[in-house]
Design a protein. Sequence first.
Lengths: 310, 188
Amino acid sequence: MAKKKVAKKVAKKKSINTEKVLFDSILELVRITSTVIPDDVQKVILEALEREEEKTTAEYAMNIIKANIKLAKMKSQPICQDTGTIIFKIYHPPGFHQAKFKKVIEKAVVKATELGYLRQNSVNSLTGKNDTMNIGLGHPQLNFIEHSKKGIDIKLMLKGGGCENVGAQYAMPYTPLDAGRDLAGVRKVILDAIVKAQGRGCGPGTLGIAIGGDRASGYAHAKEQLLRMMDDTNPIKELSDLEQDIVTTANKLGIGPMGFGGKTTLLGCKIGHINRLPASYYVSISYMCWAFRRQGVSLKKDNSINKWLY
Amino acid sequence: MKRLDYPFKKEDIKDLKVGDMVLISGKMYTGRDAVHHRIHNGTKPPIDLKNQIIYHCGPVVIENKDGTFEVKAAGPTTSIREEPYQWEVMRDYGIVGVIGKGGMGPKTLKGCADYGCVYFHAIGGAAQVLAEKIESVDNVYWRDLGSPEAIWELTVKDFPVVVTMDSHGNSLHAEVAAASEAILKDVL
């Protein structure tokens, strides 16, 4: 009996401790996401810089981007001042306490805001008042997903408003372009969205695209595509071909970095599909700026960071 | 590389052409959506904007315990949202430059020509490189709009920009858009 009591006490102590560890892990995830570009994204940015011709405004822009990535990491300060919509994806085992986890995430977001890793970025849509600590209706965005693994993985994306604004959703068929309900039609509207965006989404950007779903799930799935590695290959041959075709063709449009004109308009394109109703066929396009901020961590049992996912 | 130094003069502005890479040194005032909205609705700006530059920027600013400010990140925000208002600020308050990203439309381009103003494009997302060029935060106005929307008075040195709309009716944005639309027709 006595032994059991002791065991209980220890367990209780441990649970308090792991909450603090979890707070630290999430704060570190926010810091790294806001200040360090993932390796796979940095690689394609440097390749884009190499492609631009010397002494052009395009090369000038890419060089400043390169310097900015280095400086942000060195100073541990936000890559971009728009630290974006804070989108968490929490992959957890069955029997997981979501409400408790949410509280720790909110605490970490407040701390990250106080430390300047996040801007005061959450505005009440009715009153126009800034909620100052990034906690408010719908902020931060938390998505809990149950998985069959034992541990917890957390992914975080910080998506700025400038690039979010140039996202687009097409209901097919889209008659102005004679774009039908097939991959040829999908190709047309994607290229149309790129031309409409020009440099306003802080290009060269990356597209996450969903074919199908409804208006809400389409955009959600499009953003989900942005969690893929830049250099992965889509297992579906037609989509893999389309992804490559979009990048190659987009880079012939001459929009270039920041829309200054130049060789790189797009860094990558990731396309997924989900089922639709017979009546609807949406193509949802989520534009991600060059400052592609997404990271993830796999947590140990005590909630410390086991490994980084990107 | 050209230079533009404070105090800014209309003659210097007239010399600038689309495609010029420019380093700006001196004073600038941040002003974005809420500031333009308020001015448009009839409130006078709290500072004299004659011959000044407005920077479309919502910086990350930390207030130190001694009341001084530190800019942690300060890249440009998308300018096109000020398209309905910007020409009025040129007409009524005599600004000579606007810094932002993504470019602006025909109303602003006409305003640039009519009132002697240029649009400078800063590199979007380059918040650290640009924050490094800020030498001091000299004042803040209209803080009730929230930190990113307030007017921050900044002194900068060698702030890197590209002229994408000049005071002679030229717009790089209009050119690139037209060229890319023509190519799009071919590839569809």
